[in-house]
Design a protein around this ligand. Structure first.
Ligand code: ADP
Length: 162
């Protein structure tokens, strides 16, 4: 059985992330989506628990998608959950350098136990990022092309304060 880990900040989860998750769910037996705090990204829009709940709700009908919270190294989480590989998504060339560095580091620190598989989101989502969504949302513009309606509703609720 091939189980893979898809780690990320998912603040918020976008249609680009969702496209990668659904490709992975099609390709592999099991996908563990791990919501991680990215130290370099500050506190964020949603709390980690809110992100976890949102992603769980989006995938509650998928038998082979599990959503967890994690801290520390993605490779440790991958080993903990019995995942042989980490999935990462690529948006054109801009993500490439960073993702190669990450893949090599993860290979090193896991002593070759955890591989990395890069997937591409469909071309309509190639430019979508969580930071872009937060920015467009902050300008009070429509984000429905970039996130699921459920995510948009959660963002509106958070802005209204409940
Ligand atoms: P991180 O903080 O670890 O970069 P993100 O939530 O920003 O986490 O992204 C998680 C993964 O999903 C990364 O590999 C990122 O490159 C990928 N990703 C994000 N948006 C897209 C997209 N629109 N298309 C393909 N991959 C994406």
């Amino acid at each position: 059985m091939t189980k893979v880990l898809y780690p990320g900040s998912f603040d918020p989860i976008t249609k680009g992330h969702m496209n990668v998750i659904e490709q992975a769910s099609d390709l592999f037996d099991e996908v563990v989506v791990a919501v991680l705090q990215n130290q370099s990204k500050g506190l964020g829009f949603f709390t980690l628990e809110e992100r976890l709940e949102i992603i769980r709700e989006l995938y509650r009908d998928y038998q082979n998608i599990q959503v967890v919270l994690g801290n520390g190294a993605a490779v440790d989480l991958a080993l903990l959950h019995g995942c042989k590989a980490i999935i990462r998504g690529l948006r054109g060339i801009s993500d490439y350098d960073h993702e190669v560095q990450l893949a090599m580091t993860n290979q090193d620190i896991s002593e070759g136990k955890v591989n990395t598989i890069l997937l591409f989101a469909s071309k309509e989502y190639q430019f979508v990022s969580s930071s872009m969504v937060r920015e467009v949302f902050g300008l009070e513009k429509d984000i429905n092309r970039y996130v699921d309606p459920f995510v948009q509703e959660k963002m509106l609720q958070k802005r209204r304060g409940y």
